[in-house]
Design a protein around this ligand. Sequence first.
Ligand code: GCU
Length: 638
Amino acid sequence: MKRLLWKGLWIQVIAVALSASPGLAQSKTTVLADADHRKALSLDGDWHYIVDPYDGGLYNFHREIRTDGFFLNGAPETGSSGLVEYDFGKSPTLKVPGDWNTQHDSLFYYEGLLWYERDFRYQPVAGHKTFLHIGAANYKSIAWVNGQEACRHEGGFTDFDCDVSASVHGGRNFVVVAVDNTRLADGVPTLNTDWWNYGGLTRDVSLIDVPAQYIDDYDLHLNRERTAIEGSVHVEGAAAGEEVTVSLPELNRSVSAKLGADGRAAISLPAAGVEWWTPEHPRLYNVRLQAASDRLDDEMGFRTIEVRGTDILLNGKPVFLRGISIHGEAPLRGGRANSDQDAATLLGWAKELGCNYVRLAHYPHDQRMTRMADRLGLMVWSEIPVYWAENFGDRAVLAKAEQQLQEEIRRDRDKASVVLWSIANETPLTPERTAFLKTLAGDVHGLDPTRLVTAALLVRTEGHDKYVDDPLGAALDVIGMNEYIGWYEQLPQDADTTVWHIGYQKPLIVSEFGGDAKAGLHGKPTQRWTEEYQASIFQHQLPMLAKIPQFRGLTPWILVDFRSPMRQLPGVQDGYNRKGLISNHGEKKEAFFILQKTYREWANDGVSSVVPVQPVTGTNERTRAPAPAQKKVARPGE
Ligand code: GCU
């Protein structure tokens, strides 16, 4: 009887998709550092797909994992013995990289399991290892090569690598990836997000060849004193005592060190003559890492970032972060961003706005964005999607967040542009949540003591008094806060009489403020949804913020209108969050030019020189003569 009962329970447990199946625990994936500079066979292109809302390709009618599932890539014609009721070869295709939602109307709202398959020709190098590299698969995925399971992964926005050395062979091979973007209460992110739940293999997929002993992780950074490039290099599979060499060929400088028992060698290279990376001078160096049988080249900048009191110091000097928030959505064409062109357009607009900094919200973006930020000179706030009401009491959820943090830091620790790791956005004030996030803050400091930890906190309001006193602030290096005076609360002009009480003598970044406007919709500045109303929010917010003593940066919400399932106002939102300064068709709204003008002034004369509020006249006047500057208040970087 007990057995049957157990079986009964078993069936219930697995009655939901790929995502919650205990039989399908996460299996070994890693993140190869600098994977985008590795020799690789790209698997991007057209992949066959099968939509499988009932997960029939994975489970039998008793919800037990099939042994003859779609991962075998069976085909009826081949006369294989079993009854095969699918055929990838005859199935339609999807582009990889790419979300499935914007490729076929029938998949626009699809949330569930979808199978990908493609063939590839490959010749493994004898004695080498082969990794299947997946730039991102939203949300949960299992990969098989030639019918053999390679790995399973949870998390839709971080790269991962699976060792497929045992499965690949010379000649024709095939890879099958099952991806399920079902939203989960215990997922990271959880059930509701103000962004579209794009599913699929949303970033590059490739096969990476590495020697048997290979460099898989390293940390090279300018030390606090800016006298040396320090850190360590890890060589997987190498013996203690073997040597690694790190060199900067342009400076004709190199250092060698021996690996310890843990396969890691400590590195220290004199930094004399190294030009420090700054937004104004984003100097990158070719960095070569050489181990016994492996060599890796990276493109890196060197700078220090730290906090002193309420100042953020870049290379020891106070800096003000003029930024904008950005979602990982492709400009103009929509869907997930994943190309150099997407990165160039988005970050190009940020530069045009006068930014020296961007917030990549609310999840790690495609590596092309952080590489481009390195080159264009934009400091980066990078974030894991611990967003709104996560299941903070669940240790498994903490483990998922920690895994995403490790993967994010492992991939982007070589990016000079990345200066802030954000661990959360707008999370509720509960003891479990604060404990959960304090753990994550500690993890960041443990994983990467060279950067700053932050989070986007909510603000407590009492009338016109606003308090930033979230207990989590104590664990952060930099306080981020989101406030929506003039949109979700009060009117734009209420910013003029708002009194801020910042509970921490730490740098404050206003990580979000703003309001929706439909591009081309004009009217009185008191009329919501018009460009003038959005502009009015900015005109009242900027002077207000400039008066906050701890104010050291901002990333208004948001650069471009983006898709959200939560925005349904017909004729205005139509499935888009319209808080962009630029529409999804590339139209710049009034507020774009107001912020651009302010950033130009702040860059030239410092934060306090903003012009006083001027009534918006409803016409797109961009040539308004600036009012005389207000009394100058000392600010960092001035
Ligand atoms: C929140 C949230 C964003 C959201 C924005 C909005 O602050 O962090 O993800 O899009 O507000 O409501 O527009």
